[in-house]
Design a protein around this ligand. Structure first.
Ligand code: UTP
Length: 278
């Protein structure tokens, strides 16, 4: 069973400056909903209701978003059309618990995940990078991954095929297909942001993981890698060499909302969806 989902949300979001100077990147909205709310809804679709969020300085808006605003509630009381606008977030607040810890120095995604250990403890957990926004008409991407975890009982990374000339932007895996539909691979190694010439494949890791708690001890020993940051890919590579990582080609779409292009693409996509549904 996966009961908790970790959201590393301490990064500076420099690609969105100046918007992210005083506003967390995770609070930037696609239409009317902040990125992190899409992530929380995805976790709920996977029957996970315990959200663990790694924040940093200047990220307090995330905590306020997942809390009741009495002043606003009072203002909207008795105005059903307005109250309806808060219905989704109220539902989330009622159903989920939120716990927070701060990453004091932004030493990389691996370090952010290690910082979350205090909230996760000794159990397998999901990880959502809210700036990778995923959409699937049926089951959410994390819900699909929970099913994969149930079967293989080891770490799961979500992957997608990318253009080979883009490998320097992603963690790239090497592995062998182990299922009939060619959706799941046993990972033999992985490398962070390789040059296209050195990349072992065009299968890129996106911002969704299911991790087993042994990752924490490995992260503690992981030295800074690419960009001087402690990389989750390097820690997972240790487990991959022991055959303890599978990669899953998820069903659905992913938008890289950490980049301006991906953010605009997601906005167009969700706007069309909203218009078509009326
Ligand atoms: P990114 O490198 O995409 O995020 O990290 P960033 O650093 O915020 O963005 P740019 O590159 O400056 O625009 C991927 C994810 O890991 C988290 C980020 O918040 C993001 O969700 N992260 C990264 C941390 O929580 N802590 C870190 O030290 C680094």
């Amino acid at each position: 069973m996966i009961n908790k989902c970790l959201f590393p949300a301490a990064g500076y979001g420099t690609r969105f400056l100046p918007a992210t100077k005083a506003t967390p990147k995770e609070m930037l909205p696609i239409l009317t909903k902040p990125l992190i709310q899409y992530g929380v809804e995805e976790a709920m679709d996977a029957a996970i209701f315990s959200m663990a969020i790694v924040t940093g300085r200047g990220k307090r808006a995330i905590e306020d978003h997942f809390d009741i605003s009495y002043e606003l509630e009072h203002q909207l009381e008795g105005k059903p059309d307005k109250e309806a606008l808060l219905q989704d977030i109220r539902n989330i607040i009622n159903k989920c618990t939120f716990s927070y810890t701060r990453q004091k120095q932004m030493l990389g995604l691996g370090h952010a995940i290690l910082t979350g250990e205090t909230l996760i403890g000794n159990e397998p957990f999901g990880v959502i990078l809210a700036d990778d926004l995923c959409f699937c008409e049926q089951k959410s991407v994390l819900a699909q991954m929970v099913e994969v975890y149930r079967k293989y009982q080891c770490c799961v990374v979500a992957i997608e095929e990318i253009d080979k000339n883009q490998t320097h932007k992603y963690g790239i895996i090497e592995g062998k297909y182990i299922d009939d539909t060619n959706d799941i691979l046993r990972v033999s190694s992985m490398v962070e942001k390789p040059d296209p010439k050195e990349a072992p494949s065009n299968l890129a890791i996106i911002g969704r993981y299911i991790l087993t708690p042994e990752i924490f001890d490995i992260l503690r020993k992981t030295k800074p890698g690419r960009g001087g940051e402690i990389q989750i890919t390097d820690a997972l590579n240790t487990l991959a060499k022991e055959g303890k990582v599978v990669a899953y080609k998820f069903k659905g779409k992913r938008f890289d909302c950490g980049s301006v292009d991906g953010f605009v693409e997601a906005t167009k996509f969700f706007y069309d969806l909203y218009k078509n549904r009326g």
